[in-house]
Design a protein around this ligand. Structure first.
Ligand code: LM2
Ligand code: CA
Length: 470
């Protein structure tokens, strides 16, 4: 997007939902860096409510008590810094989920202290940075202006000034609140955090958000680039995405719904057109599910149809629309169920070999390298459109991919603009240091024959040639 706050559209992102900081660090080194991920979206790092009586749900994180990083259910401030540094070493950015519209809700009244021991009540957060120097009190919230739940969602003023889910709504029009939020986010940038997902952005006036992110440092230490900002906006007739694109990128829920339905229906011809009429690609963050939709709108998730969902996420990384964001989850039965944890609600270390952690990104192998190698190349479709469940695409002369949402292998030949050579299939393996641990595919005389597995993909790109002719 063309704005000071959203400079670099970055590369593929994975949301490691609820992961401990030390587990994220390990994954950056072991898997994310080598497979081409540009960034990880981590769960909110600030002190949160602790809801023992509710079984320590995941949504504790979305009720900030202070902006202290020490201690959350995912580790300490030192663990957080170590993660930022180790991921940087692996070439992977950390994007923080920034909860800046609100603090705690009604359910947490009287249930303090927060995860780092800070006492609070709804509308009273006396120590925001652990130094006793600044807090929020009632005047910093929109209680006088509204002070009740949002009722009329067609009224933008209400959506932005009243309370979302009973959460104390910050008076983001006020200079003190803006400066405090900027101080919180800036302190993260100083630690090397390279970007932010702005939670509930739609519930903040764009000018307020602009004022908050406008005060961020211009460059992220260690990265030599400005912080990347993307905003969670579930657009509707009252509030449009274009109100926010001047500030940073925007999550594109039309793409999310479109891709989910197309793949759930096995209609890859329909998948080709998803994103048409939506936000311009360079302003959009594109995804198949997020942590909310996988629970509230489960059209296609790891729980409904794992293979098809994996295929949709692979397609997302090849399609070339927006900044692709992959979801990686833990298993659950109840929507409010927290991640694997110990008895006191501390999150367990991730182990992708356990069923409790789904680790969907691991099934995508090196597909993020396809997104990187084909960045900026327009998509063209190579199949003749006659097969509802099958499609093949090319991204200029940089990448070729074929997708098969049927139960039968798809053997097909295409002419391709890829240079002749032997390619690593990054949909099935990793390509590192010139070695491919997946299938290899030959491009010869400008054509390629592929055997696309049932419910699978084949993806070749110029950055993963095992042997070239040139
Ligand atoms: C978001 N984006 O705008 C997050 O993506 C979403 O996950 C958050 O809701 C929401 N906005 C607020 O940041 C989650 C969760 C809610 C939960 C809230 C706050 O989906 O269920 O609400 O976090 O923890 C819970 C209770 C709700 C209660 C509220 C306040 O479920 O019933 O409302 O706490 O006590 C009275
Ligand atoms: Ca608000």
């Amino acid at each position: 997007a063309a704005s000071a706050a959203a400079p670099d559209d970055g590369g593929p992102v994975v949301h490691l939902f609820q992961w401990r900081w030390e587990s994220v660090a390990q994954e950056c080194e072991d898997f994310l860096g080598p497979n081409g991920y540009a960034a990880v979206q981590v769960s909110p790092p600030q002190e949160h409510v602790v809801l023992e009586g509710e079984g320590y749900p995941w949504w504790q994180d979305y009720q900030p008590v202070s902006y202290r990083l020490d201690q959350t259910r995912r580790g300490t401030a030192a663990d957080f810094q170590d993660m930022v540094d180790r991921c940087r070493g692996a070439g992977v950015r950390i994007y923080v989920d920034a909860v800046v519209n609100h603090m705690t809700g009604t359910g947490s009244v009287g249930s303090g202290p927060g995860s780092a021991g800070t006492e609070y009540e709804k509308y009273a957060y006396p120590d925001l940075f652990g130094d006793g120097a600044s807090g929020y009190s009632e005047q910093d919230f929109n209680t006088a202006e509204c002070g009740r739940d949002i009722e009329d969602w067609n009224d933008p003023w209400e959506v932005r000034t009243c309370e979302l889910l009973g959460l104390s709504d910050l008076a983001t029009g006020d200079a003190y609140v803006r400066e405090t939020l900027t101080a919180y986010l800036s302190s993260l940038v100083e630690m090397g955090v390279a970007g932010f997902r702005i939670d509930a952005a739609k519930h903040m006036p764009p000018e307020d958000l602009q004022a908050v992110v406008g005060g961020l440092p211009g460059t992220v230490p260690g990265w030599d680039e400005p912080p990347y900002v993307f905003q969670e906006v579930i657009a509707d007739s009252a509030i449009g995405e274009d109100e926010y694109t001047g500030i940073g990128d925007v999550t594109e829920f039309d793409y999310q719904r479109g891709i989910g339905h197309a793949f759930a229906d096995g209609d890859l011809q329909a998948a080709k057109g998803v994103g048409d009429g939506a936000l311009e690609s360079d302003s959009a963050v594109a995804f198949v599910v997020n942590h909310d939709t996988q629970r509230n709108e489960p059209t296609l998730t790891h729980r409904t149809d794992r293979d098809r969902y994996d295929l949709a996420q692979a397609f997302l990384l090849a399609h070339g629309y927006g900044t692709p964001k992959v979801m990686s989850s833990y298993d659950y039965t109840a929507n409010d169920q927290g991640p694997p944890m110990s008895g006191d609600g501390t999150t367990a270390a991730t182990d992708c070999s356990q069923e409790a952690w789904v680790c969907e990104h691991r099934a995508l192998n090196a597909m993020p390298t396809f997104a990187n190698a084909t960045a900026g190349e327009a998509v063209s479709w190579l199949d003749d459109g006659s097969q509802r469940g099958r499609a093949a695409l090319e991204r200029g002369s940089a990448g070729f991919a074929a997708f098969n949402a049927t139960g039968e292998e798809w053997a097909a030949g295409f002419s391709t603009s890829l240079p002749d050579g032997t390619y690593c299939d990054v949909a099935s393996g990793t390509f590192a240091d010139g070695a491919c641990d997946g299938a290899t595919v030959q491009v010869e005389g400008g054509s390629v024959d592929v055997a696309v597995p049932a419910e699978g993909a084949v993806a070749l790109h110029v950055g993963a040639m095992v042997e070239g002719d040139g």
